[in-house]
Design a protein around this ligand. Structure first.
Ligand SMILES: N[C@@H](Cc1c[nH]c[nH+]1)C(=O)O
Length: 376
């Protein structure tokens, strides 16, 4: 058997080093502190759990996305969590089943997927977020979207774009005013994903009726007008969804760019009537996502919920939040009380352990010369 070099990690798993590890922790702290001010209390589910309990709560959690291991203790298959929302749902449906609703919970931690995405090679990602359990109403969506924005802004993220979507729109239309056969639904969804008008029309007149949805994409207000015109043509079938989207958009600040992609479903496998993606200027791919969904309760009923998750790793990789504090070298024999004061003022101190140490080699910009810091 060949030995594995000590520095080699499995594909898609990596170390975070200084200063990014601290930048990541700081961003997580700021986001969670902000959501806590809105009453969201933190839960810490385990990194792995029984595969069955992880996949039961959210219908879209497909077993093939999971990294699985056989637990030598229980002899059962365990899976690493690919998304903490499912775990929060399990907690809400079991241990906190009797807690008053709406229940507001927050979380942060690594999640692991079997396959990396097309945009990023990592299989382990930091995920953090908030879930509002007990409602999937428009006011719940307003709360969740605005807290997501506030938390990102408090962490220093600028140039935020929110892209709204209606994840179950095609299903709803296919079951109502624009009927489609079983196989046709999938074909229409695929062509809408590809925004391929020609291919959509080629599936026949029933499919072609969905063409205006391709046009109802882009900057929010113009796209909403096209969606309204479409709704009028199908007997006002999606008027209530449109009113919901308008109500959610209304309180969002002018500094946020809003867009609409009503049939976007990538990443919205379990969301119901409302979904949104979060982008930050200069970063490829989403940095967050959220929406409405249903949690399966122990009694078989579904409980409505609304939430968001952030994936801040792309921001951290790009150096976001990496502003390192000033480092001060403390020579042997320094005044510990003065050093404590300076730490209180924001310095990070690096204390000499032996004679002859060089503070600048420890990346210190200053050293403690008597009572005050002096630059190298
Ligand atoms: N956890 C979901 C987003 C979400 C949170 N709550 C509802 N939806 C995701 O990462 O795709």
């Amino acid at each position: 058997m060949t030995t594995i070099p000590p520095g080699l990690l499995p594909e898609g798993l990596s170390d975070r080093l200084p200063p990014q590890a601290e930048a990541s922790a700081r961003l997580v702290r700021r986001v969670l502190d902000t959501v806590a001010t809105h009453g969201y209390e933190r839960v810490m589910p385990p990194l792995a759990e029984f595969e069955d309990t992880l996949t039961q709560r959210l219908t879209s959690m497909r077993a093939q996305d999971l990294v699985r291991v056989v637990d030598p203790v229980s002899q059962r298959t365990l899976a690493f969590r690919p998304d903490m929302t499912a775990q929060v749902g399990r907690i809400a449906a079991t241990r906190l089943a009797a807690a008053p609703r709406p229940l507001r919970l927050s979380y942060a931690g690594p999640v692991i997927r079997q396959k990396a995405s097309q945009l990023r090679p990592e299989r382990e990602k930091m995920q953090l977020g908030a879930e509002l359990i007990g409602s999937d109403s428009v006011p719940a969506a307003v709360e969740i979207v605005n807290i997501a924005i506030e938390a990102l802004q408090a962490a220093g993220v600028t140039g935020i774009t929110i892209d709204f979507t209606l994840p179950d729109l095609v299903d709803m239309l296919a079951a109502g005013p624009l009927p489609l056969g079983g196989a046709q639904v999938e074909a229409v969804r695929a062509e809408l994903d590809a925004k391929d008008a020609g291919a959509l029309a080629a599936h026949g007149p029933a499919a072609a009726a969905y063409l205006p949805l391709i046009e109802a994409t882009g900057p929010f207000h113009a796209a909403m007008e096209r969606l309204e015109a479409f709704s009028a043509r199908v007997g006002g079938a999606i008027d209530s969804r449109i009113a919901g989207l308008r109500a959610i958009a209304k309180p969002i600040g002018w500094d946020i760019t809003l867009t609409l992609d009503p049939t976007e479903r990538h990443g919205f496998e379990f969301q119901t009537w409302f979904g949104f993606s979060i982008f930050a200027e200069g970063f490829v791919g989403e940095i967050g996502r959220g929406g409405s969904y249903a949690i399966a309760r122990a009694d078989g009923a579904d409980e409505p919920a609304m939430g968001f998750s952030l994936y801040p790793d792309p921001l951290i990789d790009a150096g976001f939040g990496g502003d390192s504090p000033k480092r001060l070298f403390l020579p042997l024999g320094h005044d510990p009380a003065r050093a404590a004061e300076l730490r209180g003022e924001g310095w990070h101190t690096i204390a000499a352990l032996s004679e002859g140490e060089d503070g600048s080699a420890q990346r210190c910009s200053h050293w403690l010369d008597g009572a005050g810091p002096r630059a190298y």
